[in-house]
Design a protein around this ligand. Structure first.
Ligand code: 4AD
Ligand code: MG
Length: 430
């Protein structure tokens, strides 16, 4: 019977068939040990001459890395094995040969690996990361679905910028028109929230970021909730609940993967409510006190975020940024017009911003003024202005970048390992 390695525990003593690939192999001369993988896990298969006969025994000693094989044998409990089981092989069959597999257990450089990303994802570590990513995405979906948010998809081809005009990817849209790949679904999300109350969108977003940092991709996945009748405080509470739930879910269901990644889980276990809240003013003072060259009015750079997010054992929420550095749609604080009612959530351990959002500017005249100030084409935003013409309400939401969250939870150096095929300034292959 075909059994997946992760289910092997249910088949002790039975004859099972494993369909997979040869990950590694060693031999004592008398016995060959094949490490098999099938996508669900890794298991050692023990091949003896007595059990398989001369020909197969000899063949087993020549199988090369990543040969695809179907192995039949008996599942035997073994305390020393990582899965708690081994296979005593009765027979096997080669499905596809593999010669000179380019990724060996030795160390390879990062560009070498990225050029072979389609093969690199077969390694145990990369598989663990992609499984954690899967868990995070499912936790996000369950979180919003469980709270009555409606998934409403927003377009990828858009006529105008959402997050500033400097990071747009143009796309030829038939003969006459230039479309842009979306930077965020937010503006459409706001319209959807006016229709459905509480909504979220979840899809790929694009930024022509020329920055080569460990936090930036040109294509990344963002989940964006939006709520009608909500203020900045509601947005912060939602962000806090979401992050707490994601971390708890990964800790609950992905222990094995976190162990493969050698993740210190005590750091994740301290991610509990409430998250500290700091105004931008306070954050600037703190950074200046630590000797960083930031002046009031500037946006935080990578080093600023790293420093801030190393201050606490849990994520930190920084709110009320200078309106001048923030997007046109942000609501100015009614008590102080030079700051906007936005919030960023910074992950701990130096990971920086994982969430950005806030309360939206719901007033028609103020919004028109902001669009003019920033030199944006009003015509392209007429539909968005309609939301302020026909029954405007206070509302808000945020965007969370999945790759940044995966990088933090897995404690990775760089976001390039958080997605199967990363897209970056100098990387469009494979
Ligand atoms: O802070 P950002 O730019 O916010 C928005 O796009 C809002 N319109 C979202 C909203 O309120 N609905 O981006 C949100 C998040 C960031 O906190 C970060 O996690 C991620 O998206 N992000 C990136 N992730 C990877 N590579 C990039 N180049 C990213 N740019 C933003
Ligand atoms: Mg941001």
């Amino acid at each position: 019977m075909h059994v997946y390695i992760e289910d092997i525990g249910k088949h002790e003593g039975e004859e099972v068939t494993i369909k997979g690939w040869l990950h590694n192999r060693r031999s004592s001369g008398k016995i060959h040990f094949l490490i098999l993988r099938d996508g669900t896990g890794f298991i050692q298969a023990v091949v003896s001459r007595a059990a398989v006969g001369d020909d197969l025994f000899k063949l087993a000693d020549h199988l090369s890395q990543e040969t695809s094989v179907i192995v039949i044998g008996t599942a035997r409990a073994d305390k020393r094995a990582p899965t708690g089981f081994e296979i005593d092989v009765k027979g096997f069959q080669v499905v596809g040969e593999s010669h000179d597999y380019p990724i060996t257990p030795k160390e390879h450089g990062i560009d070498y690996l990225l050029d072979r990303r389609h093969l690199w994802i077969r390694t145990e570590r990369q598989q663990a990361i992609l499984r954690v990513r899967h868990e995070i995405i499912n936790a996000v979906r369950d979180f919003f679905n469980g709270r009555g948010f409606i998934l409403a998809d927003t377009p990828i081809f858009t006529p105008a910028a959402c997050e500033g005009t400097t990071t747009l990817f143009p796309a030829q849209y038939f003969e006459e028109t230039t479309a842009y790949l979306t930077q965020s679904g937010q503006l459409y999300n706001e319209a959807n929230a006016m229709a459905l109350g509480r909504v979220y969108c979840f899809g790929p977003t694009f930024r022509a970021e020329k920055s080569k940092t460990r936090r930036h991709l040109t294509e990344f996945w963002m989940v964006e909730p939006e709520m009608a009748y909500a203020d900045l405080n509601d947005v912060m509470e939602l962000a806090e609940d979401l992050v707490v739930e994601i971390v708890a879910r990964v800790l609950d269901r992905r222990r094995r993967e976190l162990a493969v990644l050698e993740r210190d889980i005590t750091r994740l276990e301290s991610v509990k409510k409430p998250f500290p809240r700091l105004s931008y003013d306070e954050a600037v003072q703190l950074l200046q006190a630590r000797g960083l060259p930031i002046e009031w009015g500037g946006d935080f750079g990578g080093p600023d975020e790293t420093m801030l997010s190393e201050q606490h054992d849990r994520p930190l929420m920084v709110h009320r940024y200078p309106a001048a550095v923030k997007a046109f749609y942000m609501k100015p604080d009614p008590e102080r017009a030079d700051v906007a009612l936005g919030v960023d959530v910074l992950a701990p351990e130096g990971y920086g911003e994982i969430i950005g959002g806030g309360e939206r500017l719901a007033d028609l005249d103020l919004l028109l003024a902001r669009i003019k100030e920033q030199g944006l084409p009003q015509a392209a935003f007429e539909w968005y202005l309609d939301l302020r013409r026909y029954g405007t309400v206070p509302h808000g939401g945020f965007g969370m970048g999945i790759e940044r969250v995966v990088a933090w939870i897995c404690r990775l150096e760089h976001v390039r390992e958080t997605i199967p095929y990363p897209r970056m300034l100098y990387r469009l292959y494979p």
